[in-house]
Design a protein around this ligand. Structure first.
Ligand code: TXA
Ligand code: MG
Length: 373
């Protein structure tokens, strides 16, 4: 069966933040079996978006919270539902390259090369917007971030919605991005009309963002498409240094990167150093915290997992398989929240390839709280 429907019922009333609580309909769809029933459900979701409503949906990176990107009122609703500052611009999702051409001043040659190499997929490209894109969607900027997701539910939804979906990650602002529909339910039920549940996402970290509007292409947010991969198509590619250097006084060029982000509810510390020392240090600190009555969690890897003594130990996979680590990281952070963990320790990861994105998210989740042994 390609589709299954549930309604999350709440009485219509005002919540604390002044939003009207809605009945949020949750529909399960199998990305690889989009049958007529599933198509009908996606069609309804598309109508909700065209009518100015909001729908959370799966992409290959993380779940998105979608509204009509060309409708200023929809963008306002997205900010309200997420509790997100409105100077933090949204990504516009498209299903066809021709749709990019009609919302930007000009598509640079580099962009066409990137479309060929990486679209549809986890790459967001910043270009100069034209008058069709409201400033409410771009947080007041003259540039617009655009991405074509590869997830088939997302692509069908974009087509059914009129071609342009503005979608930030479907989490409450500041929390880890959702890699499962259940986390969208946790953060957004009662605040949006519908959630399309397409199961666990494939990648697990948000898209790479590359800016093509100011000279040399520059990565503003690292992701699954690495600097090396971009360079193979574009030549020299710069990296916004605020991404890796927490001591940099410069403001990040992607406004969203300045906010505390991806944060679990407990306090997270990243421990760097030789593996033996890391295990010893974390075990000693875990005992201390447990003695103080705190619940302790450790983010480990397959090789070290058995060696930790903390109450909850979760492996994000093998160090050789960076994609798996990316896939598991946000999920593990959310699970620690579900299990009411107060204090967390994480091993550190290599900073090359996808490792750059993993460390960028982990450092943000830890508020740059790092112990180097
Ligand atoms: O994988 C993804 O990109 C997911 C899925 C849903 O597509 N979306 C996502 O959106 O991560 P969001 O809103 O959580 O993050 C968008 C980031 C923010 O850091 C924002 O500041 C930046 O993109 N951004 C958007 N438009 C921009 C622009 N015109 N210039 C610079 N940064 C921009
Ligand atoms: Mg986000």
């Amino acid at each position: 069966m390609g589709c299954d429907r549930r309604i999350y019922r709440r009485v219509i009333q005002y919540s604390q933040d002044g939003l009207i609580l809605l009945n949020t309909e949750i529909i399960k769809i199998d990305e690889h079996n989009i049958d007529d029933k599933a198509k009908e459900a996606i069609g309804r979701a598309g109508r909700i978006i065209r009518d100015g409503g909001l729908v959370a949906f799966p992409t290959e990176t993380v779940y998105g919270l979608g509204g009509d990107a060309l409708n200023p009122e929809s963008s306002r609703k997205i900010y309200a539902a997420k509790g997100r500052p409105s100077d933090n611009p949204l990504i516009v999702h498209v299903a066809e390259v021709k749709d990019v051409e009609s919302i930007v001043k000009e598509v640079p040659d580099e962009a066409y090369r990137l479309f060929d190499a990486f679209w549809p997929g986890p790459l967001t490209i910043i270009m100069n917007k034209n008058e069709k894109v409201p400033y409410e969607t771009t947080g007041g900027l003259d540039t617009v971030a655009i991405r074509m997701p590869s997830n088939l539910i997302a692509r069908e939804l974009i087509r059914q919605s009129g071609g342009y979906i503005a979608a930030p990650s479907a989490n409450t602002s500041g929390r880890p991005s959702p890699t499962l529909a259940r986390y969208c339910v946790e953060d957004l039920s009662g605040k949006i009309e519908m959630i399309l549940d397409g199961g666990q996402v494939g990648i697990g970290l948000e898209s790479t963002i590359v800016d093509l509007t100011s000279g040399e292409p520059m990565i503003l947010r690292p992701g699954y498409i690495t600097r090396e991969m971009l360079s193979s198509v574009l030549g020299a590619v710069a990296v916004d240094r605020t991404i890796i250097d927490s001591s940099s006084p410069a403001k990040p060029k992607a406004p969203g990167m300045k906010y505390r982000h991806y944060a679990p509810r407990g306090v997270l510390t990243i421990v760097q150093g030789p593996s033996e020392d890391v295990v010893r240090y974390i075990n000693a600190k875990s005992v201390e915290a447990s003695n103080e009555g705190k619940r302790v969690g450790v983010i480990a890897t397959d090789l070290t997992k058995e060696r930790y003594k903390a109450e909850v130990v979760k492996s994000v996979g093998s160090r050789e398989d960076e994609s798996m680590i990316a896939h598991e990281l946000f999920k593990v952070l959310r699970e620690f929240d579900d299990e009411n963990i107060d204090v967390m320790f994480s091993e550190s990861f290599d900073d090359s390839g996808i490792g750059q994105a993993i460390m960028n998210r982990l450092l943000k989740a830890a508020g740059h709280n790092v112990v180097a042994l």
